[in-house]
Design a protein around this ligand. Sequence first.
Ligand code: LLP
Length: 431
Amino acid sequence: NYPFTMNERGHLEIGGIDTVELASKYGTPLYVYDVSLIRQRCRAFVKTFQNLGVKAQVAYASKAFSSIAILQVMKQEGLSVDVVSEGELYTALQAGVDPKKIHMHGNNKSRRELEMAVENNIGCIVVDNFYEIELLTEVLEQAEKKIDCILRVTPGIHSETHQYIITGNEDSKFGFDLQNGQADQAFQLVKDHPYLNMKGLHCHIGSQIFDTEGFVQATKILFNKLRDWNEGFAYAPEVLNLGGGFGIRYTEEDKPLPLENYVERLVDTVKQESDALQIPMPEIWIEPGRSIVGDAGLTLYTIGSKKHIPGIRDYISVDGGMTDNIRPALYQAKYHGVLANRVREKCEEIVSVAGKCCESGDMLIWDLPVPNVNSGDILAILSTGAYGYSMASNYNRIQRAAVVFVENGEDKLVIRRESYEDIISHDLSYE
Ligand code: LLP
């Protein structure tokens, strides 16, 4: 059920390349991405909007995995890019992304970040709070420039994996509240400022969401507010940005919908609501991150030590862990793994996969069925393409792993492994 195959040697393949060979060529831990799968995901979003004849922008949420190479792929696929910091913005600009297709997010954008955005004439700022409006107008007045703004609002919906909860009052650090007049006040400020163009509204209801209902409810809540602004000021938005959050499969328990379904449901809802309000259909923007890169990536590890605790558990340790994938430790996230060099063999043992950090919580998978595992076997953990590399750390001074892209039967190193020199490159002497 995972998008990977096995070759005649019984080795796991990704994009037609033997993962065991990749492990020996580049070393482990190693993140590997199937680029053709990433392109398929991009196209599923873009094509569905096109087929429905709806004006749209699909902005890749680069927090999921930002690097020059991945953003070049996004550029090739015609996607926009969502950035949330000067580092992500810098990376997008260096990758040659058209600044007009960059959207900037963040609940505490600094003056420097806003200046960088304005200097580079990026496509839009997703305005988050009153302090930001103040800073942004100062920056724009100084530069004598205008910029498109989208107001981030909190519709008061919490999407849990299989349900959504609507709350009257949102408790969130992001965006303007719809219920207590903050969004109305922000709308006035942006609408009336000569350097700000009130382009539309934004909301993001959460991440790793499987059903479409939360998106529909959030859209309806935005339209309730738009009704006020339409009646009061004859305002009609050019754009509605409905965020990201479309779920992917990590383990068999996860049952994501085809990406097309989310798009169709969003388009239907926005169409109905704008007809009811008698305004032209706005453009629909979305910001998927995980659903574009998540299941297209896997991580290869070499298995080292084993520990058998009679009657309790078997541990196997790998040469990475929470430094390359913090998600199990941070969110109790679940993953599936396979022995890449022995895919064909029957699973006979249940082991728990530990990382190498000096911390008991550094676990990657609990209770994974595997063949009789040996030190030196290669473990592939699947669906690690999102929020893996991007949340990696140097804890215990472990070097960040390398990233390899695979496409058309070829593999290419796109982020090199950190070296010892990299590890101390910012250290200054105190002697
Ligand atoms: N747009 C906004 C405003 C967001 O805050 C996010 C994610 C996205 C788009 C992209 O969501 P996606 O399509 O990737 O679900 N580190 C966590 C996920 C944090 C997501 C934060 N915002 C994880 O590893 O699960």
